[in-house]
Design a protein around this ligand. Structure first.
Ligand code: AP5
Length: 210
């Protein structure tokens, strides 16, 4: 299957994408994760993207489209993939169309802004392997260390409350209109993501028909 996860920052796209990826045996492509890796590695693209991410703004379309085009050309995407966090603008969605990709489903995870702001304050991430946790809803079995690799967990720089508010503004003004774009193509599905991770997974599977 070729699936897109849409949704506000912190709606649970990455969490659900990881679960669906395991169930269907297809890779997840997270543009946010690829960009953070580039920043960590100190690449030219990372240096360019850093100032946008820190402000909660979107990285320019041409940069992100290039990243996705290259990644989708890799062999593990041949039988399907999940795009987490791409597209986020109408030009990005049009670029995906131009790549000749036929999507099976675009799943929008619906979560109110107040829930998001509360949720983001509890997110912890592993700076080494990228695994995501939450202090109450999804804690690491190793407390403040990553249960997968043992690295000390950190807070993402763009999870500061003022940056989260900017990211939510960008989501509503620029990314949310993609729901209409994909509704018109007949591939949009929605799932409420405000309850527990398990409840959201159940709704996600149902919405995807898997
Ligand atoms: P990105 O990393 O994609 O961030 P985002 O879309 O803002 O989404 P998040 O990763 O913050 O949240 P999520 O929805 O994956 O939630 P998660 O599962 O982690 O992008 C970062 C930046 O990169 C952007 O701001 C932009 O600058 C740039 N960028 C990326 N893609 C781009 C593009 N296409 N174009 C331009 N720029 C781009 O869950 C959040 C927390 O909640 C976790 O702690 C989790 O454990 C917990 N949780 C999850 N589900 C639940 C639940 N149901 N109940 C309770 N807790 C839950």
């Amino acid at each position: 299957m070729k699936i897109i996860f849409l949704g506000a920052p912190g709606a649970g796209k990455g969490t659900q994408a990881e679960i669906v990826s395991k169930r269907l045996g297809i890779p997840t492509i997270s543009t946010g994760a690829i960009i953070r890796e580039a920043i960590k590695a100190g690449t030219e693209m990372g240096a360019l993207a850093k100032k946008f991410i820190e402000q909660g703004a979107l990285v320019p379309d041409n940069v992100v489209i290039g990243i996705v085009k290259d990644r989708l050309a890799e062999s593990d995407c041949a039988n399907g993939f999940i795009l987490d966090g791409f597209p986020r603008t109408v030009p990005q969605a049009e670029a995906l169309d131009k790549m000749g990709i036929t999507l099976d489903k675009v799943l929008s995870l619906e979560v109110a802004d107040e829930v998001i702001i509360d949720r983001m304050s509890g997110r912890r991430v592993c700076p080494s392997c990228g695994k995501t946790y939450h202090v109450t809803s999804n804690p690491s079995a190793k407390g403040e260390d990553c249960e997968a690799c043992g690295t000390k967990l950190t807070v993402r720089a763009d999870d500061a409350p003022e940056v989260v508010r900017s990211r939510l503004d960008v989501y509503h003004s620029t990314t949310e209109p993609l729901k209409d774009f994909y509704q018109a193509k007949g591939v949009l599905a929605t799932a409420v993501g405000a309850d527990s991770i398990e409840d959201t997974t159940e709704r996600t599977f149902k919405a995807l028909g898997i």
